[in-house]
Ligand binder design. Structure first.
Ligand code: HPA
Length: 276
């Protein structure tokens, strides 16, 4: 077993000792300003500080804790915050947390993020389900992975079955959930208008500073994965509104309430289907 996997198994044991041994079905990573869902989980909160190798409390708008418990009858592990590449220059910063998720028994992962929109059809406050992504950063969390497992196919990275279930949940909740392509920009500075025009020309519908490395890691680890963006602003040069992290945090709760309804409905349906 690799050292990574050994560390993950030991941390999973720590989590089980505190939160109970029942296997986790699904992981959820909450993006900037989207943390309120963690509070709805009936379970145990574990500060990342108690889990060596987990992210520090680096970005305002993110809670540095893991919540393990039940939501809508499904055993979940909710990551209240993520580490971004721009914090310490580590594209694989979320590898250990996702390995721990796998070691807890999960086989699926839903990622959420705050993002800028490149299309007027997706205004601030709306949601976008990722159909695919563009790695505009040139970085990769698997650089340095020595095994052939690093050659991960990304042809159908965003899981079709989870996406279909999320679309059904959105329809049942009367929430519009269009699909689109997300581009990963490293940050932490926002994009220039010229970069946004370039990204749009390449086929992106939204842009953000996270999620893509986690999708790559999830596929590497054998987790089925889907991701949803909460649109907090029109991307640079597309509106007169100033872009800032404060604005992102202020706008995220608008979409977060809708996203929470979709996720709860998705979990309820999963539970009813007996897959939870
Ligand atoms: N660009 C990158 N990341 C973001 C944005 C944006 O416009 N909005 C929220 N996160």
């Amino acid at each position: 077993m690799s050292r990574n996997a050994e560390t993950a198994r030991a941390l999973a044991e720590t989590v089980r000792a505190r939160a109970g041994a029942a296997p986790v079905a699904l992981g959820l990573v909450l993006g900037s300003g989207l943390g309120s869902l963690a509070g709805e989980v009936d379970g145990v909160r574990i500060p990342y500080a108690d889990l060596p190798g987990f992210p520090g409390s680096g970005v305002s708008g993110h809670a540095a804790e893991l919540t393990v418990g039940t939501l809508e009858g499904v055993r979940v592990a909710v990551f209240g915050g993520r580490e971004h590449y721009y914090e310490h220059g580590r594209a694989d910063a979320m590898r250990l947390p996702l390995e721990v998720l796998r070691a807890l028994g999960a086989d699926r992962l839903i990622l959420t993020n705050a993002a800028g929109s490149l299309t007027p059809f997706n205004p601030p406050g709306s949601l976008m389900l990722l159909s695919d992504h563009i790695n505009f950063s040139g970085l990769n969390p698997l650089i340095g992975e020595p095994t052939d497992a690093r050659f991960v196919p990304m042809t159908a990275a965003h899981d079709a079955a989870i996406r279909a279930a999320l679309r059904r949940a959105a329809a049942a909740e009367d929430v519009t959930l269009p699909e689109g392509v997300y581009a990963w920009y490293s940050g932490p500075s926002f994009e220039t208008p010229a970069e946004i025009r370039a990204i749009r020309t390449l086929g992106a519908d939204a842009v953000g500073m996270s999620t893509v490395p986690e999708v790559i890691l999830a596929r590497f680890l054998g987790l089925d994965v889907a991701a949803v963006s909460v649109i907090t602003n029109m991307a640079a040069g597309m509106s007169d509104e100033a872009i800032s992290h404060d604005h992102t945090k202020a706008m995220a709760p608008l979409g977060a309430a809708k996203l929470a309804r979709i996720l709860r409905r998705y979990l309820r349906d999963l539970n009813t289907a007996g897959a939870g």
